[in-house]
Design a protein around this ligand. Sequence first.
Ligand code: GDP
Ligand code: MG
Length: 415
Amino acid sequence: MASGNARYVRYVLFAFFTVLIFYFVTNTKYEGVDISKGTFATGSNQQSHDASKDTKPSTQKALTGDAKDFPLAMTPNDAGFNDLVGLAPGPRMNATFVTLARNSDVWEIARSIRQIEDRFNRRYNYDWVFLNDNPFDDTFKKVTTSLVSGKTFYGEIPKEHWSFPEWIDQDKAKKVREDMAERKIIYGDSIPYRHMCRFESGFFFRQPLMMNYEYYWRVEPSVELYCDIHYDPFRLMAEQGKKYSFVLSLYEYPATIPTLWESTKKFMKNHPEHIAADNTMKFLSDDGGDTYNNCHFWSNFEIGSLDWLRSKQYIDYFESLDKDGGFFYERWGDAPVHSIAAGLMLNKSEIHFFNDIAYWHVPFTHCPTGEKTRLDLRCHCDPKENFDWKGYSCTSKFFEANGMSKPEGWENQKD
Ligand SMILES: Nc1nc2c(ncn2[C@@H]2O[C@H](COP(=O)(O)OP(=O)(O)O)[C@@H](O)[C@H]2O)c(=O)[nH]1
Ligand SMILES: [Mg+2]
């Protein structure tokens, strides 16, 4: 009887534990591990995420040391150049990465972030702002937040920054798109591409999430970084008084900007006070400003000053172009717009060429000229791919306009 009872109790206990295990298996949700300190806003009020409430180092303020104690290590002979492990000592700038993207770009931007983090930001932990004309979905936010070592912020672009201004004649704009489609002009028939170009020209730097920062580094989906970045490029910008920078330059398709230079000349006449005394007109024009030679900095990579883009001179230029309607009556890109603005309204000393940031965006590569540089920076790009000194690049023109001598070995990369 007793053994019968014990067996009965064992059956009951066995059944109880089976039910308990079943309950745990079916009710436990894997939440994932948040490996970054990143935060992200959820729901529809993304734009209202208040970055100013987050603890973020401000410009020139020491995070782990003062600038004077940690001078930028630019060459292997400088102290700290090869300290690539752990958090970089020294101050942080008031700067952020910024990416315009759609939810469908998530895996392409994930690749770009991974490269930027591995080659640079894992040691600096700068923030990253993502902007979109639609709300970002949870997958986009989860994946990007897990990859970025700094804080992440997600903003929805207001309609008025991503639509036709009221003065645009819709019929005229439609005819242009149809005509460009027939002539097979790249993105010639696209409305969203035009909104994108206008947004990058005139609005990204004044989104609420961007207002707290002084410098930005633009990153697009599916780009590559080929070398280690041994110093903080934001600090170089701040300490050397740079306002705009590039790694690749080339000629724009003339069919996308037939009247951009006429509009620019009108602006120069109306606002001579905005033109810099020591400008880089020689990069933009081969005849002293009469015609545009189509040279521009490739704006899918940019490190620049937000304060400059928010300045009266830049905004006056953008508004003058916007009124002329060429974002829709032609297909003006943000690259020639930024480049012409920088070339005319900044002094030569304010534009920087980052030879040491090796970069690829389909279909062009910037691979640093000079074997020693590539070995010092642990680059994995093929120097033969370097576009800088090839016929369709404008980087030679930039060097000539600035009286700079080209790096040793450039002749071997001409074609
Ligand atoms: N949110 C959003 N982003 C876009 C749209 N079109 C382009 N972009 C982004 O704008 C940038 C430039 O677009 P991309 O397709 O790379 O143009 P390309 O580099 O000139 O060929 C990239 O960061 C894209 O993710 C769009 O319709 N919506
Ligand atoms: Mg792109």
